[in-house]
Design a protein. Structure first.
Length: 287
């Protein structure tokens, strides 16, 4: 079922800038505290609410998500004119009462057809900004955004790229069941792989080699040095990534992208990378 573009029953915010909304949320993340592992019932409830939203039932989604103190709010992105629904903790910005389970943004007015995943906002600096730009670049996108710094929980509990007991992971499992291809954004320190600006990988699987080639070419055309992990041995290839493993198990297209800090902290370079990734998402939105 196609998601409705103009819901009448869910709260509606005035026009806002999607990128500013996302970065305002993530700005409050601290390296310690602000994350609680959700129970299995809590994960299922949030995921079921997101599923209802994907099916176009925003009122049903709102009621289900309210069971765990989450909200659904729709708005128009002032930069792109696209309409989005936001699934968020009712506690709002990070602070007392916020459990660090993240947010989901769903593009309205088109069938959900692809996802952009941001597991390490703030820790992988500016990946949250890049995610917002990618989401607004083509119809049918879903952005799954982690709700805490990767070190915020006890042990590695908030490192959602390497855990399966998070809202982040379970929502992506739902997207996997719906056969939505995904691209996951990461970052590395310049000195950890100085020869390259980016690493493009298909993670644990090989279903998305064609897309990886397309993306690598697009990034190269934007002037980036790309290590192609699907064709040679590269550092940071993301083969242990849990969402990539889920995609591999289901023979679903998945891309894992690592970007050097010098790229992520340059606004013009973020625009270049967005343009390259959008070559894929536009295709995924019009298969």
């Amino acid at each position: 079922m196609q998601v409705n573009s103009k819901p009448s029953t869910s709260p509606t915010a005035p026009g806002v800038d999607l990128e500013e909304r996302v970065t305002e949320f993530t700005r409050g993340f601290g390296e310690r505290g602000g994350y609680r592992i959700p129970t299995a019932d809590e994960r299922r409830t949030v995921t079921r609410g997101v599923a209802l939203l994907l099916d176009g039932d925003q009122e049903g989604a709102r009621k289900r998500l309210a069971e765990v103190d989450f909200t659904v709010q729709s708005f128009t992105d002032t930069a792109s004119g696209r309409h989005f629904a936001e699934v968020a903790d009712a506690a709002g910005s990070p602070g007392p009462g916020n459990r660090g389970w993240g947010r989901v943004y769903v593009a309205l007015g088109a069938k959900p057809s692809w996802s952009v995943q941001v597991p390490h906002p703030i820790a992988d600096q500016e990946t949250e900004r890049l995610g917002a730009r990618v989401l607004r670049g083509a119809p049918g996108g879903v952005m799954v955004l982690a709700g805490a710094h990767r070190t915020a929980g006890e042990g590695d509990s908030a490192d959602v790229a390497h855990r399966t007991d998070s809202v982040f992971h379970q929502v992506i499992e739902e997207l996997t069941k719906r056969r939505l291809p995904g691209v996951q954004l990461h970052g590395f320190a310049n000195e950890s792989f100085p020869e390259f600006d980016a690493v493009v990988s298909t993670g644990a699987g090989d279903r998305a080699i064609s897309e990886a080639k397309t993306l690598s070419t697009a990034l190269t055309e934007e002037g980036l040095e790309v290590c192609r992990a699907y064709a040679r041995k590269c550092k940071l290839s993301g083969t242990s990534n849990e969402q990539g493993q889920t995609a591999a198990d289901e023979n679903l297209r998945f891309l894992h992208i690592e970007l050097a800090r010098a790229i992520r902290t340059d606004n013009n370079r973020i625009t270049d990378v967005t343009k390259a990734i959008t070559t894929l998402t536009q295709h995924w939105s019009n298969p």
